[in-house]
Design a protein around this ligand. Sequence first.
Ligand code: AHM
Ligand code: MG
Length: 332
Amino acid sequence: MTKKNTTLGEFIIENQDSFQYTSGELSKLINAIRLAAKVVNHEVNKAGLIDILGAAGDTNIQGEDQQKLDVLANDKFIQTLKNREIVCGIASEEEDDFISINSNDEQHQNKYVVLIDPLDGSSNIDVNVSVGTIFSIYRRITPVGTPVTLEDFLQPGDNQVAAGYIIYGTSTMLVYTTGDGVNGFTLNPAIGTFYLSHPNMKFPETGKIYSVNEGNYTHFPQGVKDYIKYCQKEEDDRPYTSRYIGSLVSDFHRNMIKGGIYMYPKSSMAEEGKLRLLYECNPMAYLAEQANGKASDGKRRIMELQPTELHQRVPFFCGSKKMVEKAEEFMR
Ligand code: AHM
Ligand code: MG
């Protein structure tokens, strides 16, 4: 059992053996993420100080305004991952298409593809509310030394070898899993070191928090409306508390610690919901399951879904197991 106060660097070395593939690769991967996280953290923290706020003037493939920090976080993560010789492809919320990294060069034996949402909840940047980075890692399916293809990215979440997030909150944390539980590390900004602060994180089996954008209530399917009414009803341990930050990473993080459910259902305005399967829902689902929680599209396990598009959206219900099961019951 790793002690609290272990640094992330020490933790990676101590736990190498639990990774199902070669240990050096895991270390390089997590180290690259750790480094990019520190760089982005540095930028996010000075967001209010320098002329970095406001829209960059571009829109991404989903037609959303890109914030300057989105672009910056995207560049930093891509740059850092490219520089380590381990990744053969990257897909990002901020890039229309996936990026291939020397993957058609026989010299390069890079086996991993990374999918990222470089700065999730970016509408919160301008108002000094927590944002996050989400990442998901797979082994490529196509042979090394050949060009990486879309197929390498369209893998079901069950194939993930690692996933996690960085939360830029009151403190900055890196939370990740390699399939052996979930561990959280807090950054000491004075010396730029992540320390193990939340070993073996687990969702309470049930909770008292529901997180959903209730502004969309009238557009939700009847089952979702009924579940929300159930959460509000005065009975047993209810009414539950409503908490919605509008930043998936932050809502998920709080619910994992306190017990709760996060929902982004489909609605009559957004038939597939809003969140992206590959770099938002799958990594969060992997973390949730590794932490005794549950993630579903309302009917099926998120990680079983076979993706068909890079920027595919999916309805998302995630959190304490009993709460997600209850929500599913209402949607049946
Ligand atoms: P983004 O990737 O464009 O930031 O969108 C994802 C975010 C989630 O973090 C958050 O839970 C959700 O969108 C909020 O959406 P809404 O404002 O529709 O409630
Ligand atoms: Mg996002």
